[in-house]
Design a binder for this molecule. Sequence first.
Ligand SMILES: O=C(O)c1ccccc1NCC(=O)[C@H](O)[C@H](O)COP(=O)(O)O
Length: 260
Amino acid sequence: MKNILNQIVEQKRIEVQQKKQVQSIEYLKQSIHFLNPVRSAKASVLDESKTGIIAEFKRKSPSKGFINENAKVEDVVLGYEQFGASVVSVLTDENFFGGSIKDLQQANEVLSIPVLRKDFIVDAYQVYETKAIGADLMLLIAECLTKDEVHDLAKLAKEIGLEVLLEIHSEDQLEKVNEYIDLIGINNRNLKTFEVDTEKSKQILKQLPEDLIKVAESGISDPEVVKDLKAAGFQSFLIGENFMKNENPGKAFQEFVNQL
Ligand SMILES: O=C(O)c1ccccc1NCC(=O)[C@H](O)[C@H](O)COP(=O)(O)O
Protein backbone atom coordinates (compact mmCIF):
# COMPACT_ATOMS: atom_id res chain seq x y z
CA MET A 1 0.00 0.00 0.00
CA LYS A 2 1.21 3.49 -0.83
CA ASN A 3 2.07 5.69 2.12
CA ILE A 4 0.77 9.25 2.26
CA LEU A 5 4.00 10.70 0.89
CA ASN A 6 3.78 8.51 -2.23
CA GLN A 7 0.20 9.67 -2.77
CA ILE A 8 1.10 13.33 -2.32
CA VAL A 9 4.08 13.09 -4.69
CA GLU A 10 2.05 11.28 -7.35
CA GLN A 11 -0.53 14.08 -7.23
CA LYS A 12 2.22 16.71 -7.21
CA ARG A 13 3.75 15.41 -10.44
CA ILE A 14 0.35 15.70 -12.18
CA GLU A 15 -0.09 19.22 -10.79
CA VAL A 16 3.32 20.35 -12.04
CA GLN A 17 2.62 19.06 -15.55
CA GLN A 18 -0.67 21.00 -15.56
CA LYS A 19 1.06 24.17 -14.37
CA LYS A 20 3.64 23.91 -17.14
CA GLN A 21 0.79 24.10 -19.67
CA VAL A 22 -0.43 27.36 -18.15
CA GLN A 23 2.88 29.13 -17.45
CA SER A 24 6.14 28.01 -19.04
CA ILE A 25 9.35 27.40 -17.13
CA GLU A 26 10.98 30.00 -19.42
CA TYR A 27 8.52 32.62 -18.23
CA LEU A 28 9.28 31.77 -14.60
CA LYS A 29 13.02 31.98 -15.22
CA GLN A 30 12.66 35.46 -16.68
CA SER A 31 10.43 36.67 -13.89
CA ILE A 32 12.96 35.98 -11.13
CA HIS A 33 15.71 38.31 -12.35
CA PHE A 34 14.48 41.41 -10.59
CA LEU A 35 13.64 39.89 -7.23
CA ASN A 36 15.17 40.88 -3.92
CA PRO A 37 17.97 38.76 -2.44
CA VAL A 38 16.87 36.22 0.16
CA ARG A 39 16.47 36.90 3.84
CA SER A 40 18.76 34.24 5.27
CA ALA A 41 17.04 31.59 7.41
CA LYS A 42 20.44 30.41 8.62
CA ALA A 43 21.25 33.87 9.94
CA SER A 44 17.79 34.32 11.42
CA VAL A 45 17.95 30.99 13.30
CA LEU A 46 21.38 31.90 14.70
CA ASP A 47 20.18 35.38 15.75
CA GLU A 48 20.02 35.06 19.55
CA SER A 49 17.36 37.74 19.89
CA LYS A 50 14.94 35.24 18.29
CA THR A 51 13.68 31.81 19.41
CA GLY A 52 15.01 29.47 16.71
CA ILE A 53 11.42 28.42 16.02
CA ILE A 54 10.19 27.95 12.45
CA ALA A 55 6.51 28.65 13.05
CA GLU A 56 4.17 27.13 10.50
CA PHE A 57 0.97 28.34 8.87
CA LYS A 58 -1.00 25.12 8.33
CA ARG A 59 -4.74 24.96 7.66
CA LYS A 60 -5.09 21.17 7.54
CA SER A 61 -3.01 18.02 7.34
CA PRO A 62 -3.34 14.38 6.29
CA SER A 63 -2.84 13.29 9.91
CA LYS A 64 -5.30 15.69 11.57
CA GLY A 65 -7.75 16.89 8.91
CA PHE A 66 -8.81 20.52 9.34
CA ILE A 67 -6.80 22.35 12.00
CA ASN A 68 -7.72 25.98 11.31
CA GLU A 69 -9.35 26.22 7.91
CA ASN A 70 -10.16 29.91 7.82
CA ALA A 71 -7.22 31.42 9.67
CA LYS A 72 -6.14 34.81 8.28
CA VAL A 73 -2.56 34.56 7.09
CA GLU A 74 -1.44 38.10 7.94
CA ASP A 75 -2.78 37.97 11.51
CA VAL A 76 -1.14 34.62 12.26
CA VAL A 77 2.27 35.26 10.76
CA LEU A 78 2.59 38.76 12.19
CA GLY A 79 1.93 37.24 15.64
CA TYR A 80 4.66 34.69 15.02
CA GLU A 81 7.12 37.39 13.99
CA GLN A 82 6.22 39.76 16.80
CA PHE A 83 6.89 37.16 19.48
CA GLY A 84 10.20 35.89 18.14
CA ALA A 85 9.82 33.34 15.36
CA SER A 86 13.06 33.00 13.37
CA VAL A 87 11.34 31.85 10.19
CA VAL A 88 7.73 31.42 9.06
CA SER A 89 6.83 28.26 7.14
CA VAL A 90 3.83 28.38 4.81
CA LEU A 91 2.28 25.27 3.27
CA THR A 92 1.51 25.88 -0.38
CA ASP A 93 0.06 22.43 -1.16
CA GLU A 94 -3.69 22.75 -1.74
CA ASN A 95 -4.96 19.18 -2.00
CA PHE A 96 -3.61 17.71 1.21
CA PHE A 97 -2.85 20.79 3.36
CA GLY A 98 -5.38 23.40 2.21
CA GLY A 99 -2.55 25.85 1.52
CA SER A 100 -1.84 28.03 -1.49
CA ILE A 101 0.73 30.17 -3.19
CA LYS A 102 -1.50 33.12 -2.28
CA ASP A 103 -1.05 32.26 1.42
CA LEU A 104 2.71 32.43 0.99
CA GLN A 105 2.59 35.69 -0.95
CA GLN A 106 0.39 37.29 1.69
CA ALA A 107 2.78 36.17 4.43
CA ASN A 108 5.74 37.42 2.46
CA GLU A 109 4.21 40.85 2.00
CA VAL A 110 3.92 41.56 5.71
CA LEU A 111 6.99 39.80 7.14
CA SER A 112 10.57 40.92 7.68
CA ILE A 113 11.78 37.44 8.70
CA PRO A 114 12.47 34.70 6.11
CA VAL A 115 9.65 32.62 4.61
CA LEU A 116 9.95 28.88 3.98
CA ARG A 117 7.94 27.37 1.15
CA LYS A 118 6.61 24.10 2.53
CA ASP A 119 5.62 21.86 -0.34
CA PHE A 120 6.64 18.64 -2.06
CA ILE A 121 9.29 19.71 -4.53
CA VAL A 122 10.06 17.13 -7.18
CA ASP A 123 10.69 19.20 -10.32
CA ALA A 124 12.93 22.14 -11.29
CA TYR A 125 9.77 24.03 -12.28
CA GLN A 126 8.79 24.26 -8.61
CA VAL A 127 12.21 25.65 -7.68
CA TYR A 128 11.82 28.57 -10.09
CA GLU A 129 8.25 28.99 -8.88
CA THR A 130 9.44 29.12 -5.26
CA LYS A 131 11.73 32.01 -6.13
CA ALA A 132 9.09 33.73 -8.27
CA ILE A 133 6.54 33.79 -5.44
CA GLY A 134 9.02 35.42 -3.08
CA ALA A 135 10.03 32.64 -0.68
CA ASP A 136 13.50 32.72 0.87
CA LEU A 137 14.03 29.00 1.31
CA MET A 138 12.45 25.75 0.24
CA LEU A 139 12.03 22.28 1.65
CA LEU A 140 13.38 19.14 -0.01
CA ILE A 141 12.23 15.80 1.40
CA ALA A 142 14.90 13.09 1.12
CA GLU A 143 12.33 10.32 1.40
CA CYS A 144 10.75 11.18 -1.95
CA LEU A 145 13.87 12.13 -3.96
CA THR A 146 16.93 10.23 -5.18
CA LYS A 147 20.39 11.39 -4.17
CA ASP A 148 20.87 12.90 -7.65
CA GLU A 149 17.51 14.68 -7.52
CA VAL A 150 18.36 16.23 -4.14
CA HIS A 151 21.70 17.36 -5.60
CA ASP A 152 20.23 18.89 -8.76
CA LEU A 153 17.27 20.62 -7.11
CA ALA A 154 19.40 22.01 -4.26
CA LYS A 155 22.10 23.22 -6.68
CA LEU A 156 19.50 25.00 -8.79
CA ALA A 157 17.98 26.58 -5.69
CA LYS A 158 21.35 27.96 -4.62
CA GLU A 159 22.07 29.27 -8.13
CA ILE A 160 18.89 31.35 -8.10
CA GLY A 161 19.37 32.55 -4.53
CA LEU A 162 17.29 30.29 -2.32
CA GLU A 163 18.36 28.51 0.85
CA VAL A 164 17.54 24.82 1.25
CA LEU A 165 16.17 22.80 4.16
CA LEU A 166 16.63 19.06 3.61
CA GLU A 167 14.29 16.86 5.63
CA ILE A 168 15.25 13.33 6.52
CA HIS A 169 13.28 10.58 8.24
CA SER A 170 16.09 8.12 8.94
CA GLU A 171 19.86 7.84 9.21
CA ASP A 172 20.27 6.11 5.85
CA GLN A 173 19.01 9.28 4.12
CA LEU A 174 22.07 11.21 5.35
CA GLU A 175 23.92 10.09 2.23
CA LYS A 176 21.71 12.54 0.29
CA VAL A 177 23.20 15.59 2.05
CA ASN A 178 25.35 17.70 -0.28
CA GLU A 179 27.19 21.04 -0.32
CA TYR A 180 24.06 22.98 -1.35
CA ILE A 181 22.09 22.19 1.79
CA ASP A 182 21.87 24.90 4.47
CA LEU A 183 19.62 23.38 7.12
CA ILE A 184 18.89 19.75 7.92
CA GLY A 185 15.61 18.70 9.52
CA ILE A 186 14.73 15.44 11.21
CA ASN A 187 11.04 14.69 10.93
CA ASN A 188 9.65 13.01 14.03
CA ARG A 189 6.46 11.94 12.22
CA ASN A 190 6.25 8.39 10.88
CA LEU A 191 4.50 8.80 7.54
CA LYS A 192 3.05 5.31 7.60
CA THR A 193 1.43 5.49 11.04
CA PHE A 194 1.45 9.32 11.62
CA GLU A 195 2.84 8.64 15.10
CA VAL A 196 5.28 11.26 16.36
CA ASP A 197 8.27 10.52 18.54
CA THR A 198 10.32 13.59 19.40
CA GLU A 199 13.07 11.32 20.76
CA LYS A 200 13.74 10.31 17.16
CA SER A 201 15.42 13.67 16.46
CA LYS A 202 17.88 13.09 19.29
CA GLN A 203 18.79 9.60 18.10
CA ILE A 204 19.99 10.85 14.71
CA LEU A 205 21.47 14.13 15.95
CA LYS A 206 25.03 12.95 16.56
CA GLN A 207 25.42 11.84 12.98
CA LEU A 208 24.39 15.16 11.42
CA PRO A 209 27.06 17.21 9.63
CA GLU A 210 28.57 19.83 12.00
CA ASP A 211 28.21 22.81 9.67
CA LEU A 212 24.46 22.51 9.01
CA ILE A 213 21.72 24.15 11.06
CA LYS A 214 19.88 21.34 12.82
CA VAL A 215 16.08 21.44 12.89
CA ALA A 216 13.76 19.15 14.88
CA GLU A 217 10.45 18.83 13.02
CA SER A 218 6.86 17.79 13.82
CA GLY A 219 4.86 16.80 16.85
CA ILE A 220 6.33 19.39 19.22
CA SER A 221 3.72 20.72 21.64
CA ASP A 222 5.59 21.21 24.90
CA PRO A 223 8.15 23.97 25.65
CA GLU A 224 10.03 21.41 27.80
CA VAL A 225 10.65 19.34 24.66
CA VAL A 226 12.16 22.37 22.94
CA LYS A 227 14.43 22.95 25.96
CA ASP A 228 15.47 19.30 25.90
CA LEU A 229 16.13 19.27 22.14
CA LYS A 230 18.09 22.51 22.46
CA ALA A 231 20.25 21.06 25.21
CA ALA A 232 20.86 18.04 22.98
CA GLY A 233 22.17 20.31 20.20
CA PHE A 234 19.23 21.38 18.00
CA GLN A 235 19.25 25.01 16.91
CA SER A 236 15.79 25.15 15.38
CA PHE A 237 12.29 23.69 15.85
CA LEU A 238 9.58 23.44 13.21
CA ILE A 239 6.17 23.68 14.86
CA GLY A 240 2.76 23.99 13.18
CA GLU A 241 -0.28 22.28 14.58
CA ASN A 242 0.39 23.18 18.21
CA PHE A 243 -0.09 26.88 17.35
CA MET A 244 -2.57 26.57 14.50
CA LYS A 245 -5.10 24.52 16.49
CA ASN A 246 -5.83 27.63 18.58
CA GLU A 247 -8.23 30.38 17.57
CA ASN A 248 -5.38 32.85 17.87
CA PRO A 249 -2.18 31.05 16.78
CA GLY A 250 -0.02 34.15 17.33
CA LYS A 251 -1.11 34.35 20.97
CA ALA A 252 -0.54 30.58 21.39
CA PHE A 253 2.95 31.12 20.02
CA GLN A 254 3.57 33.94 22.52
CA GLU A 255 2.42 31.79 25.46
CA PHE A 256 4.66 28.92 24.30
CA VAL A 257 7.69 31.21 23.96
CA ASN A 258 7.10 32.68 27.42
CA GLN A 259 7.69 29.21 28.85
CA LEU A 260 11.05 28.69 27.15
O1 LIG B 1 1.41 16.96 9.05
C1 LIG B 1 1.12 15.90 8.46
O2 LIG B 1 0.13 15.20 8.74
C2 LIG B 1 1.98 15.41 7.32
C3 LIG B 1 1.65 14.25 6.67
C4 LIG B 1 2.40 13.82 5.61
C5 LIG B 1 3.50 14.53 5.17
C6 LIG B 1 3.86 15.71 5.82
C7 LIG B 1 3.11 16.14 6.89
N1 LIG B 1 3.42 17.33 7.54
C8 LIG B 1 4.35 18.26 7.03
C9 LIG B 1 5.25 18.77 8.07
O3 LIG B 1 6.43 18.66 7.88
C10 LIG B 1 4.67 19.41 9.30
O4 LIG B 1 3.67 20.27 8.89
C11 LIG B 1 5.68 20.20 10.11
O5 LIG B 1 6.79 19.43 10.43
C12 LIG B 1 5.02 20.70 11.40
O6 LIG B 1 4.52 19.60 12.13
P1 LIG B 1 3.49 19.79 13.32
O7 LIG B 1 4.13 20.70 14.33
O8 LIG B 1 3.28 18.43 13.87
O9 LIG B 1 2.27 20.40 12.74
